[in-house]
Structures are given as C-alpha cells and as structure tokens.
Ligand binder design. Structure first.
Ligand code: ZN
Length: 476
C-alpha cells in the first residue's frame, strides 16, 4: 500500500519567464514520488506569491490541513522556495511535523528532516534567505516603477545646478566646460586630482553654486569635490537616479535633455583612470604632513592643513586650528618651514628610533577562519557546477558566506596595516624620507619620533620671519 504524499507546486508573478513553471515542477515532483513509491496527491497554487504575507494560498492551506488530519503522510516540493518564503508558514508546518512523528518532507534539492533540530535550522535559514531575496526583489520592482515615473529627464529637479552648466540647468557654461575638458586631458596624461585642485584654487576656478557662493569654506575645495565634478555622469548627458545610472528597459542609457560636455566614452575613460588609482586611505584627511600631528598652542586642539592667503596675498598651504573639531581657530601658520624643521628633527632621530621601535608585529588570529570560509564558498560553487545543488540554493546561501568573508578580509587588511606601522621606517637621509611612497608613510615615520608638534602663538608685533622657537615637538 503506497504512502499518500502531497505534491505541491507554485508559480508566482515574479517567476514569469522562469523555465521552471508549474508544469516542470509537477513533472519533477511526480517523478520523485514515483521513484520513492509514494502515492501523490496534487496541490497547486497559481500566480500566488509565497512571499507576500497577505496572500492566502488555498491549496497550500488545504495541504497543511490534510497533513495534520493524517490524509497525507508528507509533502513533496520542487524546492523550499516554492513551498514557502514566509518564516511563519514554515513554523506552522514544523508544528504539524512535531505533532505527527514520521512525516516526510522531500524536495528535488534533497530531503529536509523537519523532525531534527539540524533539519529545522537548515529549513529556517533557507526560508529566511528566500524571504530576504523576495524583499529585495520587491524593492527592485518598486524602484523600477519609480524610475519609470521619472518621465521628464532633466539635469536637476529643483536642486543645485552642478558645476559645468548655466543656472538654467540646460546650457553648458563655456568657461566651466573648457576647465573640465582640460582637466580630463590632464587626468589622462597622469596628473593627480590634487594638482588640478591646487591649479583651480590658484586661478580661482572654483565650482560655484547657483548663488555664486563657493563650495566649501574659504577655498576649502575638497579632493572628492573635484573628483565628483570630473566624473559626473551628467557630463555625458547620462541621468543618475538615487546613485544608479538610469537605463531604458532594453538596457540603453537614458539621455538627458541638457547639453552634454563630453562623450560617454571620454567620461568612462576618465572615471576608469581615476578608479584605477590608489585612493587616499582616508579621503576626509587632507594630505598635509602634519595635519592632526600639529596642535594649536592656544587651545591644544588639532590643526589641519588648508590654503590661506599670506601677507602678500598669495595662497599658501598652512596649518590652522580646526574650529570644526572644537578648536579656537586662533592660530594659523605657513606649513612649509614647519614641515622642513620637523623633517630635519626626525632625520636626526633615526638612531634612537631604530633602538626603540620594536618590530614586534601584532598577529592576526583569523587566517584559518578565512581559509575555511573561502573553502566553503569554493565548495558551494563546485557543488552548483556539479549540479548537486541548484542555483537558487547557491544564491540563498552565498550572501551570508560572502559577508563573513568580506568582514575577515577587512580584518586582515587592518592587521597588515598595523604590522606595517610596527616596522621601523628607515629614513637615513632626506632623500630616503622624500622617497617614502606615500604621505601616510612619511607621517608614520614622523609619529615614530614625534607624538605631536605644538605651534605656539607668535605674540603681538611678530614679524613675518619664521621663528623655530615657537614650534615645540613632543617626542614620542
Ligand atoms: Zn586653537
């Protein structure tokens, strides 16, 4: 006497176009039931989402009732996804399995033993992932609808007109256009963003807002602002909505109505060039040798590097007490002579540092765990390639592992950086110091000798001459 089992099929609107329609699910489930010598009782819900909590699936409900009543002795599904994506429905099912020991739960992706805690955990994980994937799909669908609602593709909808265009948000500003195209050329010739920024500052070519006000504080043109200006998709007439490039349904770019400043190819070239460069470790830190190391002699707050006008009206790099970080803002001093003084002090300190800094590197404990996670990811992909698990199972299991792997990789990077700072950075000569590959390395070397540099106020009537007595190094 064959055991009666419920075979369950579902197709929902988000699966339209999926080859595994109800027909395919039905054939596969019936084959599996026959193979196991079960007697299939068929249940089928069409066009009903297993994700939407408000949707009632009549056959699904009937099947659970029959299962609880002992009319069927188990359930066969194509995969857990088709069964449910609702944790609540899974819990209801588990309760029935609890009440009637010996019930079967089979799927084309392998049986799940809902009687054991291992099997339940697996099922809960799978359903939770499917639920999340559905929520993501729901969000994508909503966003697509929002995108399509933007029928009028304008440069700005009431916001600030970006650098490059006239206040009408349609016509290119000829001066700005010239600057942007020239900067693109310089980038492709290998110039750095900060060189363009300095040039723009020196010639007073600063992006201005519609009201004519400069961006940032007194000439504080950010590195990231220059990058944004030069890689703005709008330059090529491309519309970005919520950080994503808008495309037509067939994938082509949606072109805006405003005047383009360069071709999409040029924009892509420049963007790729800039992305390929090593980014500064922390884009918020101005790459001045002593920013954060220099401290205000009035309030002891951190000073940062910024341009200011000297007595002759030239823009020069300077260290200024950082009001945004709660400083008094009372001291600002030309950077160059201070940098030179500190470098010479640090060079003279080479021998002491060598004897003092230990090469004891902090160790990182996570190598084995990282290798394990990477192995698991490889195995899953292999299992998918060998058709031992389905693509949908792979997709459900991957995000968790990938998150874990990324977290471990980030830890590993941090540990390596920490090990580097524990090495003695050898700067036997001025040339060796200048040859350090990044300003971060130079700063790291300075910090091995000097904890902080206090810049004392010059007092009334002090002349323009640099007075080294006002610069007080605090030795490490
Ligand atoms: Zn201060």
């Amino acid at each position: 006497m064959p055991v009666p089992v419920g075979t369950y099929y579902r197709i929902s609107e988000d699966m339209v176009g999926d080859a595994k329609g109800v027909k395919r699910q039905r054939e596969d489930c019936l084959n599996l039931a026959r193979l196991r010598r079960w007697d299939p009782v068929q249940y089928e819900d069409n066009d009903l989402s297993a994700y939407k909590p408000t949707v009632v699936r009549p056959d699904f409900e009937q099947m659970l009732k029959d299962l609880d009543a002992g009319i069927i002795k188990g359930i066969v599904v194509y995969d857990l996804d088709r069964f449910t994506r609702q944790p609540r429905e899974l819990e209801r099912t588990i309760e029935i399995y609890d009440r009637h020991p010996g019930l079967i739960f089979a799927s084309l992706q392998g049986d799940i033993n809902l009687m054991t805690s291992d099997g339940r955990t697996m099922a809960r994980v799978l359903v939770a992932f499917a639920n999340k994937a559905s929520a993501d799909t729901a969000r994508r669908v909503k966003r697509k609808q929002e995108e399509l609602a933007v029928t009028e593709v304008k440069l700005v909808h009431g916001g600030r007109v970006p650098y490059g265009w006239m206040p009408d948000g349609e016509t290119a500003d000829p001066e700005a256009k010239k600057e942007i195209l020239k900067a693109h050329e310089r980038i492709m010739a290998g110039d750095r963003i900060h060189e363009i920024r300095d040039d723009w500052l020196a010639r007073d070519v600063i992006p201005r807002s519609r009201s004519g006000k400069r961006f940032g504080k007194d000439g504080g043109l950010q590195h990231s602002t220059v990058t944004r200006v030069l890689t703005n998709p709008a330059l090529a007439g491309i519309k970005v909505y919520r950080g994503e490039v808008l495309r037509e349904e067939h994938g082509s770019l949606i072109k805006g109505s405003w005047e383009a400043i360069c071709t999409p190819e040029r924009l892509e070239e420049v963007t790729a060039e800039l992305e390929g460069r090593t980014p500064p470790r922390n884009p918020n830190v101005t790459p001045y040798l002593l920013s954060g190391i220099a401290r205000c002699g009035k309030c002891t707050g951190p000073m940062r590097g910024q341009y200011r006008k000297d007595r002759k009206g030239n823009r020069v790099p300077a260290y200024c007490c950082h009001q945004e970080k709660g400083g008094c803002g009372g001291i600002s001093r030309k950077a160059e002579p201070i940098d030179e003084l500190i470098i010479s002090l640090v060079l003279a300190d080479e021998e002491r540092v060598k004897s003092k800094v230990t090469t004891k590197a902090p160790t990182w404990e996570g190598e084995a765990e990282l290798a394990e996670v990477q192995g698991e990811i490889r195995e899953l992909i292999q299992a998918k390639n060998d058709k031992k698990i389905s693509v949908s199972t792979l997709i459900q299991l991957m995000p968790d592992l990938e998150t874990k792997r990324d977290r471990l990789l980030a830890e590993q990077r941090r540990a390596r950086a920490a090990r580097r700072t524990a090495e003695v950075i050898s700067t036997a000569s001025r040339d060796a110091f200048d040859a350090l590959p990044t300003i971060e390395r130079q700063r790291a070397r300075i910090l091995q000798s000097i904890q902080a540099v206090i810049i004392h106020p010059a007092g009334k009537g002090a002349g323009p001459k640099f007075n080294p007595d006002l610069i007080e190094p605090i030795w490490a």
